[in-house]
Structures are given as structure tokens and as C-alpha cells.
Ligand binder design. Structure first.
Ligand code: NG6
Ligand code: CA
Length: 511
């Protein structure tokens, strides 16, 4: 195993007063393997360790009880693409063009040559892998050759290995892409993809609802794959097309294989689960088990996935020196476009916990997500109320690896490694949040300011409050975590302070 390359001797004065030459404890340690399990659309209240009694996630809970569970952790954004962009680049996604929710034929959003979190680990001598949901674009926009080598791709931004779903479960193309080639490619069924018009003679959810096993509630009425209509049009695929019911098994299997084959030297695995994004069609063994319909059953599938990863770490004898982070790309949504009974069977469950809003929203539930850190060798177990953001993982992991970032890399990321490991109780004082409409909010020392926006106020189909308002909003999260009372009029000084901070941060400066 690799040891820290900057090993330097330390002079220690022993209790006997005799000088001894030894190595600093930090330097003698093996670098840990690092696994980020990034769940999809899992809300603050969707894991039982976060306190809702309505769902049981024993595998995640076991990781939490042996690790550190954060109560004030944030994704960068309330949707997937920008959130993932922030995590992997350490840069606020609203600083760049084209990092909004990406179609399945989007080109690589993180351009080749960008110093990413994967580049960091490569520099540290790690084997790097990306498995599961990608949603950061592949190839060049609308010009991908899905029947050959799709380039640029993860290889160009530091990943040695990749096994991906290009975008989301509900977007074409519905095939896995391994090392930038369609997995199980079917010569007899060449693949075509576009987001503008259907291919002549191909059925769609709109025109052929009789072919569907899962019907859309809104949108999602284009090409049909595996009896489910999607966003976008595709043709072909044949035996390469995925079965939604086995996605968790397939991608978990690939993540397990990657761990087993990489265990001889440190590895970094970025693992984006498909659960619990729509279409929710978990394997038969989870169906009906949550009592909450497909959404709850998909949470059980996610919990199973976590269990498999942890079991693999134990079996391979590397659990003690693997740093595992379990978190979500954005907050929860109940009806996200399919008639899967999630609304009808939700019962008492509160996917958003005590917070307002959900996926897409400027309110807290949009970005305040579950966040659990596990590293038996180093973590101080328990619960941390420190304000942390996924954006800071980049600089924190760089500090752990003892690597100085090149100029311009991860410009918005700060080193909070001690906080992530529970050695330090304090986190950031401020963080910026982004909703679907690029409305930004800033949280600073318990206050939250949401900038004014003329965008839509309410997601009529998803039932989500987007948090947009033509007037600015100010909430005191310390005594009003549900953001019920806009206290803007009462605290003009705080409003001006936060508004100014946000302007400064937007300009790329430190507040
Ligand atoms: C929306 C989709 C939604 C989901 C979301 C992205 C419709 C009507 N809704 O546009 O189902 O795919 O995009 O979700 O098309 S995310 O978690 O990947 O950001
Ligand atoms: Ca998501």
C-alpha cells in the first residue's frame, strides 16, 4: 500500500526528556480508500437514522452509528447536474454556462483538462472509478457516436474506469456505458438518440399508452424502453437496453467488482446510485416491502446497495481504512412524473424531515441532505451539527492526501477535513444554495437570505414549492428551521449584510 509521499521525520521529546527520532503519526498512515456513495433525490427524512419512524434503512443506519452523521450538510444545488458538477470540481455550478439539468445527449460539461476530484486522486497515486449515474454529459452535444467510442469522457477528467448511466433513469439513452463504449453492445440494433423528434414508426408513451407498464403523470411520454416511456427519443439498443428492475444489482455489482480489483492500492470510487430517482421500478424482492409504494421500495433498494458495499469492504479486509461518504445529490420529490403511487402511499412519511420545500427548491429541503462519514480508523463517531457542504470535500480530501491544488482548481472549495472527521465541531459560517431556476440563497450564522426571483413560485406537477418570490426572503433558521416566517422587514441590517455577501461571492471573492 502507498504511504504518504511527504513522509518526514519528527523530533519528539519523550517523558524521560530524551529526544527521539520517529515519524509524525500522520505521515506513517496508509492513505485510505475513498468511496462517495451519491444517492439520487434522497431527502433529509428518507433514511431512518435521520429520525423519521416511517422507513427502515438498517444498513445505512449501521454506517451512521459507526461513523459521523451530519445534520446541516448541503448539496451545492437542488438538482442533479449542478450538484454533481460542484462536488467533482469544487466550483459553484452557477459560475459556469450549461451546468443545469442535462439532457441525455449533453456533451461533457466538465471539459477535458479540468482538474477534478478524480485528477486529485490520480495525483495521489489512487486507482479511480466512476460507477452509476453520471448526468454530467458525455462526448460532444448531440453528436455522440453511441455505436463506438464516446469521447471525451470520464477518462479525460481523471477516471481510470467508468460504468455509467449517461444521464438519468428517465432519460434516453437507456444503456450502460463502460469505459466509454456501450456495454453489451448489440451489432444488430445500432443506437440513435435525439431530443427533438421521434424516429418514424417508433412507439411513444404519448401515442401508445397501451404498451406501458408504468404511466407518466407529467412529461416522460417519449420513447418507450422496457415498458416505461422516457424523456427524449431513441432507437435501437437491442440487448444493451437496461431493465430498470436490475439497475441497482448491475451497478452495485460493478462497484463491488471495482473495489475487489482495486484493493491492493488506494482507490477512489464515485458511485452514483439510480435509486431513488424516477422511474422507480425496484427489483421484485423489494416490491411492497416498504408499504409506501415504489418510492419507499426504492429506498430499501438503496439501503441494500449500501449493505453490499459495506459487506465487500469487510470481506476484503479494508473496511477499517476506507473512508465512506453517503449523501444525496439533492432533496426529495414525491411525484416526479410517473404514476407510481408514491403520493397515495406516502402516509405519515416526511421525506423532507422538518424542512420546507424539496428537490428543485430554494428552501432548505432542496439542498439539506443526509450526509454520513465513515472511517473506523480515524472518525470521531457521533452526530455533528456543523454546517458543511459537498463542495468542500474536494479541498478537504486534497488536504488529507497532502496535495496542494494547482492554481485555479476547486476555487470555491475549502478544507474542512477536521470537521468531516468530527475532530472539529465548527463548520463553515456560510454556504450558498441554488434552486432549479438558479435562484441563489445564502445561509450565514443561522440566517438565510433568498434572493428575489420572478421565476415560477410553485411546481404544479411535482407539488414542490420552488421558493421563488419577487421579493427577497429572510429566515431565522435557528428558531424557524421550517422557514415559515419571512422576517425581512424586521432585520434590514441582516438582510443587507447577506445580500452584500452574496454579491461578493457571486463575483468570485471571499465575503
Ligand atoms: C425533470 C424531470 C424529472 C427529473 C428531473 C431531473 C420532467 C417532467 N421532469 O425535468 O423527472 O428527471 O428533470 O432530476 O421531465 S435530477 O435529479 O436528475 O436533477
Ligand atoms: Ca437528483
Amino acid at each position: 500500500m502507498k504511504t504518504n509521499k511527504n513522509t518526514i521525520p519528527c523530533i519528539l521529546l519523550g517523558t524521560s526528556g530524551i529526544l527521539s527520532l520517529t515519524a509524525c503519526s500522520k505521515e506513517t498512515n496508509q492513505l485510505p480508500n475513498v468511496i462517495i456513495i451519491l444517492a439520487d433525490d434522497v431527502g433529509y427524512g428518507d433514511l431512518s437514522c435521520y429520525g423519521e419512524p416511517t422507513i427502515q434503512t438498517p444498513n445505512v443506519d449501521a454506517v451512521a452509528s459507526n461513523g459521523l452523521r451530519f445534520t446541516d450538510a448541503h448539496a451545492t444545488s437542488a438538482t442533479s447536474t449542478p450538484s454533481r458538477y460542484g462536488l467533482l470540481t469544487g466550483k459553484y455550478p452557477w459560475r459556469v454556462e450549461g451546468a443545469g439539468v442535462a439532457p441525455g445527449d449533453a456533451g461533457m460539461i466538465i471539459r477535458p483538462g479540468t482538474y477534478t476530484m478524480a485528477s486529485l486522486f490520480k495525483e495521489g497515486g489512487y486507482t479511480t472509478g466512476a460507477v452509476g449515474k453520471w448526468h454530467l454529459g458525455l462526448g460532444e452535444t448531440s453528436r455522440q457516436n453511441w455505436n463506438g467510442f464516446i469521447t471525451p469522457g470520464p477518462l479525460d477528467i481523471g477516471f481510470d474506469y467508468s460504468f455509467l448511466m449517461a444521464a438519468t433513469g428517465d432519460r434516453v439513452p437507456c444503456v450502460y456505458i463502460e469505459n466509454q463504449y456501450v456495454h453489451n453492445y448489440d451489432e444488430a440494433a445500432p443506437i440513435e438518440v435525439n431530443y427533438r423528434e421521434n424516429y418514424p414508426g417508433e412507439p411513444t408513451g404519448r401515442d401508445n399508452p397501451e404498451l406501458l407498464k408504468l404511466h407518466p403523470s407529467h412529461g416522460h411520454d417519449m420513447s418507450i424502453v422496457n415498458g416505461i416511456s422516457r424523456i427524449g427519443y431513441m432507437k435501437g439498443g437491442g440487448k444493451a437496453l437496461w431493465q430498470d428492475e436490475t439497475i441497482a444489482d448491475v451497478i452495485t455489482g460493478k462497484a463491488v467488482e471495482f473495489i475487489k480489483s482495486s484493493k491492493e492500492k488506494p482507490f477512489f470510487l464515485y458511485f452514483g446510485t439510480n435509486d431513488i430517482h424516477v422511474p422507480r421500478a425496484p427489483h421484485q424482492r423489494f416490491v411492497g416491502k416498504s408499504g409506501m409504494g415504489a418510492r419507499g421500495d426504492a429506498i430499501l433498494a438503496l439501503d441494500w446497495t449500501v449493505g453490499e458495499i459495506m459487506k465487500t469492504l469487510k470481506e476484503t479486509g479494508i473496511a477499517d481504512n476506507t473512508l465512506v461518504i453517503i449523501t444525496s445529490d439533492n432533496g426529495p420529490v414525491v411525484d416526479d412524473g410517473y404514476k407510481d403511487m408514491a403520493v397515495e402511499l406516502l402516509g405519515e412519511h416526511r421525506p423532507w424531515g422538518d424542512f420546507r420545500g424539496g428537490k428543485y427548491s430554494a428552501y432548505e429541503a432542496g439542498t439539506r441532505v443526509p450526509f454520513i462519514v465513515y472511517w473506523p480508523k480515524k472518525i470521531k463517531q457521533g452526530i455533528s451539527d456543523a454546517l458543511v457542504t459537498q463542495l468542500d470535500l474536494f479541498a478537504s480530501l486534497a488536504s488529507l492526501l497532502n496535495i496542494s491544488l494547482p492554481a485555479g482548481a476547486a476555487p470555491d472549495s475549502e478544507d474542512y477535513m477536521e470537521t468531516f472527521l468530527g475532530k472539529e465541531q465548527n463548520g463553515r459560517s456560510w454556504v450558498v444554495e441554488q434552486n432549479l431556476f438558479n435562484t441563489l440563497s445564502i445561509v450565514d450564522e443561522g440566517w438565510k437570505y433568498i434572493e428575489p426571483s420572478n421565476a415560477q413560485v410553485y411546481g404544479s406537477h411535482t407539488n414542490t414549492e420552488y421558493g421563488n418570490d419577487p421579493r427577497p426572503q429572510l429566515y431565522n433558521l435557528t428558531n424557524d428551521k421550517g422557514e415559515k416566517l419571512n422576517v425581512l422587514e424586521e432585520y434590514p441590517d441582516i438582510t443587507i449584510k447577506l445580500e452584500t455577501m452574496l454579491t461578493v461571492i457571486k463575483a468570485g471573492k471571499k465575503p
